[in-house]
Design a binder for this molecule. Structure first.
Ligand SMILES: [Zn+2]
Length: 375
């Protein structure tokens, strides 16, 4: 039995920021993923699952060693021996399919995620072979983690490392192997169930705080939609089929146009000024803001991202960038520093320069505190 049809993305009511963020991530993987933060029942998972119908068709590699399909034409020397053999036999090394939405099960273990060593095959071939994990399936696709704040730390670290490097590394004792794992990460979380560490939030590009809709008319429309969808999902989705096809075509066109989209110097300057004035430290902020602005312009069928594009996407990028912990750290550091300076100034009359011992070295520095570990 095929999986049930998802609730159509184009039938979602309100939540424009959620829709914008998901579409930007589908158009430009360099926006580094989406984090949806909000209580249960605000449609986060429904929106993400609906995105699956809008994803474009792409060429997927069949090679477990990470050969890219375009190498066959552009750079055949880079192909691994397996792929060369396949091409010589006239077999395909790639296939075309719609980008998929891969969901991480909540209780996934590290082995499930990175893949486990296949001991029999490894011994036979004298080379570490592994059974692919979820990160292998996520390659070139979208990885969705619901309740990302409840995922085990070692599992989340492995996922974020792969998201950052494009590779997943499997280690077993002294042996290590790697496979390509480039994916768009989408996470959702309910802040009532605990928060993510700030350094993890910083690694996800776009953030949306999802609240319940307050407009009575919108709530009524949602209730009617949910009822109609529950009655007959296929018939409900069919009503939105035209809109869905158009939205998918628009995303595919924006992806194709994206490489030619530049960001104007004025837009770059405005972005940097905004980030500096907000006191945000992470350099990821401007990198993501430029990429999101380019994607926004591409969706609008323009080849230059302007200040208006920066303005449109900036809230998604800059919110929740400042870590309250870091702010408190710097405030405490500044306070301590001014106290130290004040006390040093107060010391001066009692310790005039001329009376300082001449040849005892920097007596103010305790040698055990110089950070070198030597005492
Ligand atoms: Zn290969």
């Amino acid at each position: 039995m095929p999986p049930p049809a998802p609730f159509p993305f184009t039938a979602l009511v309100g939540q424009d920021e959620v829709k914008d963020a998901l579409i930007l991530a589908a158009v430009n993987p360099r926006v580094q993923g989406v984090l949806l933060i909000g209580p249960k029942g605000t449609g986060k998972t429904t929106a993400v699952r609906g995105l699956a119908d809008l994803l474009p068709e792409i060429t997927h590699s069949l090679c477990p060693n990470g050969c890219e399909p375009n190498w066959a034409l552009q750079d055949p020397e880079r192909l691994c021996p397996d792929c060369r053999d396949k091409l010589n036999r006239g077999e395909p090394i790639s296939y075309i399919a719609r980008q998929a939405l891969v969901e991480l099960p909540l209780n996934a273990t590290l082995d499930d995620v990175v893949g486990g060593a296949n001991v029999r095959l490894s011994l036979e071939q004298q080379h570490l072979r592994f059974d692919p994990g979820i990160l292998a399936h996520a390659h070139q696709n979208i990885l969705y983690i619901d309740e990302i704040n409840l995922v085990a730390q070692e599992v989340l670290d492995a996922i974020l490392d792969a998201a950052a490097t494009g590779y997943c590394v499997v280690r077993r004792g002294r042996l290590a192997a790697s496979y390509p794992s480039r994916f768009v990460l989408i996470g959702s979380m309910n802040p009532e169930e605990g928060f993510l560490r700030p350094q993890i939030i910083d690694r996800i590009g776009l953030r949306v705080v999802v609240g319940a809709l307050t407009d009575p008319q919108e709530r009524l429309t949602i209730a009617r939609h949910v009822h109609a969808f529950g009655d007959d999902p296929e018939a409900f989705a069919a009503q939105y089929a035209g809109l869905t096809v158009a939205a998918a075509a628009s995303i595919a066109a924006a992806r194709a146009a994206l490489p030619a989209v530049r960001i104007s110097p004025a837009a770059e300057e405005a972005a940097i000024r905004l980030i500096t004035r907000l006191g945000i430290e992470s350099n990821r902020t401007e990198i993501v803001l430029f990429e999101a602005a380019r994607a926004y312009a591409a969706i609008d069928e323009r080849t230059e991202a302007t200040v208006e594009d920066v303005r449109a996407v900036a809230p998604l990028v800059v919110r929740r960038r400042r870590s309250l912990g870091t702010d408190a750290f710097w405030a405490a550091t500044r306070e301590e520093e001014s106290l130290i300076q004040a006390e040093l100034a107060a010391l001066q009359p009692r310790a005039p320069r001329a009376r300082r011992p001449a040849k005892r070295g920097p007596a103010l520095v305790d040698p055990s505190l110089d950070g070198s570990g030597r005492t």
